[in-house]
Design a protein around this ligand. Structure first.
Ligand SMILES: Cc1cc2nc3c(=O)[nH]c(=O)nc-3n(C[C@H](O)[C@H](O)[C@H](O)COP(=O)(O)OP(=O)(O)OC[C@H]3O[C@@H](n4cnc5c(N)ncnc54)[C@H](O)[C@@H]3O)c2cc1C
Length: 357
């Protein structure tokens, strides 16, 4: 570390702010260097889900365990329509599937509320400033260019529709991914998430928009574009030189659906703890995340091969059957996934050869 009580962080996303808040609460002087003029500039007022399926601990309890206050608006998502365009399930989850939050650079978003927590802890954020990676203690700069297996394209809008949550698995609308429509209290968001063949993004978004606008009475006004990319590493880089890498900058991401927020909170917290208590962050992060990342590889392989039979009909059936089963642990690298892992890895290495090992 550069200095025992003075920490410099590159990037004011979820992971960087989480690390900063924890360090500041332990008496460290923390400076964040953020290249944009505000937090959350990567996002556009779109909705994202804090997933309750990717980790056994409730997502909000998970935040509290990372010393993050729930000072942002959220909506528990329990009722979801799941379809492939032909078959349709209306599923009620007993425990919320996600807590829906808004992302972006303005008040009421997760990003803005995290910034307020950071400022309250006395953290200095230098906006429109950057440093070289070798001059910081923590790198939290988000997606790794060139290591991008997935991309999203969509719109946010205002709507007079009732609240809605719809997910579509169909390769025409979302190649090897999924499309989603969310309307929460007058705000709407629809997008396609495409894997591997990102050149299909525009075509898939066109089909997604046609599908949702022709199926639901959205009464859309003020549409504006949203979207972005997600990076994933089979073997995350937890350290570059002396700097600790956290969040997507380490390659931490859910390879199945692109749900990277919980990884960002957890890795930010773990990096701060390693500095405060003097343990090896890379070893602790490997211990915490490697089984989940391996489970993602198996799940992505299954998604793209066995489960997409009959337009993902089998995948829909399985999600419907297991929606409320506590013993269904597809994110925990269960014994069946351990057996399947070598086959999945072989497939992913071929299909996603551009991903760094
Ligand atoms: C459209 C879309 C939908 C998503 N939906 C979900 C969802 O529903 N659920 C979920 O869990 N996840 C979702 N994700 C993923 C999730 O948003 C990310 O995984 C998470 O925000 C990553 O946090 P981070 O701190 O690693 O990086 P980021 O949030 O990307 O923060 C990185 C910060 O670093 C700054 N920065 C970059 N380079 C530099 C530099 N050189 N110098 C200084 N600053 C720099 C950036 O400006 C940015 O502010 C979605 C992503 C996208 C794009």
């Amino acid at each position: 570390m550069k200095s025992s009580k003075h920490i410099k962080i590159l990037g004011a996303g979820i992971s960087g702010l989480t690390a900063a808040i924890n360090l500041a609460k332990s008496g460290y002087k923390v400076e964040i260097f953020e290249k944009q003029k505000e937090v959350g500039k990567r996002f556009h007022g779109d909705f994202q889900g804090l997933s309750n399926k990717t980790d056994p601990l409730d997502a909000l309890e998970g935040l509290v365990s990372c010393n993050i206050a729930v000072n942002f608006p959220y909506t528990p998502l329990c009722n979801v329509t799941l379809t492939n365009g032909k078959k349709k399930y209306d599923i009620t989850f007993k425990k919320p599937l996600h807590y829906i939050v808004r992302r972006g650079p303005f008040p009421g978003t997760l990003d803005y509320c995290l910034k307020e927590q950071a400022l309250d802890c006395g953290i200095t954020i230098h906006f429109k400033e950057t440093l070289l990676p070798e001059d910081v203690d923590i790198i939290a700069t988000g997606p790794i260019p060139g290591n991008i297996p997935a991309a999203a394209r969509g719109i946010v809008f205002s709507s007079s529709s009732k609240n809605l949550a719809v997910a579509v698995c169909n390769d025409d609308l979302a190649y090897k991914g999924y499309s989603y429509l969310l309307v929460v209290n007058g705000h709407g968001c629809m997008a396609t998430v495409v894997f591997n063949e990102l050149k299909r993004l525009e075509e898939c978004f066109k089909m997604t928009k046609e599908y949702f606008t022709s199926t639901y009475d959205l009464n859309m006004t003020e549409p504006s574009p949203m979207g972005g990319v997600g990076s994933f590493c089979r073997n995350p880089k937890y350290r570059i030189g002396n700097a600790l890498c956290i969040g997507e900058a380490a390659g931490l991401q859910d390879f199945v659906a692109g749900f990277g927020m919980r990884y960002a909170f957890q890795s930010g917290y773990l990096a701060a703890e390693s500095i405060i208590h003097g343990f090896d962050y890379a070893a602790a992060a490997k211990d915490t995340f490697s089984r989940k990342l391996k489970a993602c590889i198996v799940n992505r392989w299954l998604w793209e091969t066995a489960l997409n039979h009959h337009d993902y009909s089998l995948l829909l059936d399985i999600i419907n059957l297991t929606a409320n089963r506590a013993d269904h642990t597809p994110h925990q690298f269960n014994p069946l996934q351990r057996i399947l892992y070598p086959f999945a890895l072989n497939y992913i290495k071929k299909q996603y050869h551009f991903l760094e090992s």
